[in-house]
Design a protein around this ligand. Structure first.
Ligand SMILES: *Cc1c(COP(=O)(O)O)cnc(C)c1O
Length: 347
């Protein structure tokens, strides 16, 4: 069993599967093209194993708990092209644990992108008939799957970022906030705004709670890829509250502590937009930086929108969280076909 270490920010036990610290790279050509004073990219896509991404920090904490509980098989649910499921399957392979993914088929059952990687990492995949990501019926199905393994003498452990694992997941990104503050110190400048694209909002909850608790003045701006802003804001502050309770700290995140814009969701969660495709092309052309059109491309498109609406100002120094999601570029290659984009940068 791999040894755990104590995380100094949260005091929790963690694994060290992710390769940290991830780089913070200056992106001067992209900054100029976007029309902002300074831009750096936090390269969570380089977090080490299984093509990286923002779930690896959370897994270092969640899987320390799983190992402490004696788990030998990890079970979770999400969409069939979930970056989280692929990350969990990769971690399970590294730890020599079983992994059962119970997936919603809305993004297809074709063996491409993350689903191909799940298969390569040796995960068992089943599909649920539940289609609504917020339907709790799927939690009952996972409980039944876990009971089946337990009946065979296995030790199943259910991981669910928007459920049982949420508070610990927030702690993973609180620890990431401490790492970023060291990055800022080394860089000699604290950015005005940090931009992250949000699904559940778990990563942003951890970053915002961490910055508040540790006294960093950088303001978080979340670009929603999934949920309307009011629902996302409420979920972030209540889930950050669960983490405060878990850690027994008096710092509480309120809805005034961070900003959310939800202008980039269309045409829907997991679907590319013309603006996200243009943003992927812009990042590629200016920095050789690989984004995807359903998460980080929407985040970058959100920066363009925020500059237009005044939420971001040209004099701002910005850090963008590259949260991973690289397989999504290849699953959505058709969104880039048939046009030669010569688009000029946003003014
Ligand atoms: C999961 C994911 C997100 C969203 O993270 P949350 O913590 O759920 O808000 C953003 N980008 C990528 C690439 C992801 O895989």
């Amino acid at each position: 069993m791999p040894s755990t270490l104590r995380d100094p920010t949260t005091g929790l036990e963690r694994l060290a599967l992710a390769r940290l610290p991830t780089p913070l790279d200056e992106a001067p050509r992209l900054a100029r093209a976007l029309g902002i004073a300074r831009l750096a990219i936090k390269r969570e896509d380089m977090a080490g194993y299984a093509l990286g991404g923002n779930k690896l920090r959370q897994l270092d904490f969640i899987l320390a708990e799983a190992l402490a509980a004696g788990a030998d098989i990890l079970i979770t649910t999400a969409g069939s092209q979930s970056n989280f499921c692929r990350s969990l399957a990769g971690a399970a392979a590294k730890l020599g644990l079983g992994c059962h993914l119970h997936l919603r088929a809305a993004m297809g059952t074709e063996m491409v992108g993350n689903l191909l990687l799940d298969n390569l990492f040796g995960a068992t995949v089943t599909f649920t008939a539940v289609t609504d990501p917020w339907d709790t019926a799927v939690a009952d199905e996972m409980t039944a799957i876990a009971a089946g393994y337990a009946a065979q003498g296995r030790k199943p452990f259910i991981v669910q970022l928007t459920g049982v694992s949420a508070a610990v997941g927030v702690c993973g990104w609180m620890s990431g906030a401490a790492e970023l503050m060291k990055d800022f110190e080394a860089r000699g400048a604290v950015p005005d705004v940090m931009v992250a694209v949000c699904g559940s909002g778990l990563s942003l909850a951890g970053l915002a709670l961490g910055f508040k608790h540790l006294g960093c003045r950088t303001r978080l701006l979340g670009i929603s890829a999934q949920q309307p802003a009011p629902r996302l804001k409420a979920w972030i502050s209540s889930t950050a509250g669960e983490a405060s309770t878990l850690l027994d700290i008096s710092t509480r995140l309120t809805e005034d502590d961070f900003d959310i814009i939800d202008s980039e969701i269309a045409p829907g969660y997991g679907k590319p937009s013309p603006a996200s495709v243009a943003a992927v092309r812009l990042a590629g052309r200016t920095e050789g930086l690989v984004l995807d059109p359903v998460y980080t491309g929407k985040g970058m498109a959100g920066i363009v929108t925020a500059l237009r609406t005044g939420v971001l100002q040209p004099h701002h120094s910005v850090v963008f969280l590259h949260s991973g999601g690289t397989p999504g570029l290849f699953t959505h290659a058709d969104a880039f076909a048939g046009e030669t984009f010569t688009g000029e940068a946003a003014a």
